[in-house]
Design a protein around this ligand. Structure first.
Ligand SMILES: [Zn+2]
Length: 56
């Protein structure tokens, strides 16, 4: 699992190895656990596989 900063993610295309979806982070699903986790999770909008983690 790669961990990025939000600044890095603006320039990175994500690829879902499960279903082949590929797009930028603003098209993906970002889940914030509000204090429960150090990172936000970035998930594929098609198959819900976790693609990356985002350092807050
Ligand atoms: Zn996918």
């Amino acid at each position: 699992m790669e961990v990025f900063t939000s600044q890095q993610l603006n320039y990175i295309s994500l690829i879902s190895s499960r279903c082949g979806w590929s797009d930028t982070v603003d098209k993906a699903i970002v889940i914030d656990f509000y204090g429960l986790s150090e990172v936000k999770e970035v998930h594929c909008p098609q198959c819900d596989a976790q693609l990356a983690a985002l350092r807050k």
